[in-house]
Design a protein. Structure first.
Length: 374
């Protein structure tokens, strides 16, 4: 199983919290599509002929691309890769881009899953985050897509926003449930270096997130979604049966993927490659291809650490048999020793040779994984 990620770097405006590479301009869209077609041709051999089971358009704001550009990209992908007939093809979209004309265009493309960046159903939160849509636009976008036959929808929500009280966070989740959406990605607000949010907080112009509120919201999230019948299949991901994100699951399972576009990452089981986060350098890739990206070849320690980190985040857990088979006796003995304390503390549990985070342990997932790193 292999996947392709395509980074569309354009935005109408930068969200305060975002640290992904993007530009608050659409000036270079036509040039971007033409260069993306060149990169597709240059990278056609990276995945070694594997069938492509997932394609994901992320960003940035992929919903800013016109239908004509998307169709050119899909034609190029089908020319250069073996795309599975039932491939999951996801496109991220912002609620303020969704209208009848946009939907008519997207129906002409093979997109079969949409991920809406809603973040909150409260206007005060959206203003704090510098989102350009309103809560009403978010609800209307979901309903319009559903009315037009799009059933495979996911939305993003953010918790831990300053001023977001527990009862309001519950209301966010109640609105999500009432909209009958199949998948939810819920993320804690984090303040990343060099983002507008970090600068505004440092200058005292905006309140910082509270760890206490973030923990409270996460506990509410787990309990609410369980009662609502959703499967907590990854730390930040909840879905009804049959609606897991196949693309993100590919990442967590250590599958191979090709990243296209500026700042996109690729992994082929041996090395990790990432395009430079610069439109200027990425636009030069057809002349200086080997200089438009950076690459590292992973050591056994690095591959083991990545497996522990990603597998522990999921409902499928960390398989000790995989550790033994893929990495050897030293790693199996090490993780078997390191997990004992966390089992005793109620953070981990085991079943049939697999290690799982408990509900309590999910609050400390990164620290627990790091404690088992080699």
């Amino acid at each position: 199983m292999a996947g392709i990620y395509i980074h569309i770097p354009f935005c109408k405006a930068k969200c305060h919290y975002c640290n992904f590479f993007s530009v608050a301009s659409v000036r270079y869209k036509p040039q971007f599509v033409n260069h993306l077609l060149k990169e597709i041709a240059l990278q056609k051999d990276y995945l070694g002929g594997h069938t492509i089971n997932t394609i994901y358009f992320g960003g940035g704001t992929p919903s800013l691309l016109e239908t004509e550009g998307l169709k050119k990209i899909f034609d190029a992908l089908h020319d250069q890769f073996n795309i599975a007939g039932d491939a999951e093809i996801t496109l991220e979209a912002n609620p303020d881009d969704i209208n009848i004309q946009w939907i008519a265009g997207i129906k002409k493309c093979p997109v079969n899953r949409l991920s809406l960046g809603i973040q909150s159903f409260f206007d005060a939160d959206l203003q704090y985050l510098n989102r350009k849509h309103t809560a009403l636009q978010a609800k209307n976008a979901v309903k319009l897509l559903q009315d037009q036959g799009f059933g495979n929808l996911s939305i993003d929500l953010i918790y831990g926003i300053p001023g977001l009280k527990d009862k309001q966070w519950v209301k966010n989740l109640e609105i999500f449930r009432s909209l009958n959406i199949a998948h939810l990605s819920a993320y804690a607000l984090t303040v990343e270096e060099k983002t507008a949010l970090s600068i505004l907080i440092r200058k005292g112009k905006m309140a910082p997130p509270s760890d206490e509120d973030t923990v409270s919201h996460f506990k509410i999230l787990q309990e609410f979604m369980e009662v609502a019948g959703y499967i907590h299949y990854e730390i930040s991901s909840f879905a009804r049966e049959g609606f897991y994100s196949r693309h993100n699951s590919l990442y967590w399972a250590g599958g191979h993927y090709l990243g296209l576009g500026p700042s996109a990452h690729s992994y082929n089981g041996i090395s990790r490659r990432w395009n430079k986060a610069s439109l200027k350098e990425w636009f030069a890739l057809d002349r200086y291809f080997s200089e438009s990206y950076e690459e590292e070849f992973l050591s056994v320690d690095q591959r083991y650490n990545e497996y522990v980190m990603t597998s522990l985040r999921t409902i499928w857990g960390c398989d000790l048999k995989v550790v033994q088979h893929e990495f050897g006796d030293k790693y199996h003995a090490y993780i078997s020793k390191q997990m004992i304390r966390h089992i005793r503390d109620g953070m981990l549990t085991t079943d049939r040779g697999r290690i799982f985070l408990t509900r309590k342990g999910k609050l400390f997932a990164d620290g627990i994984a790091a404690d088992m790193f080699m």
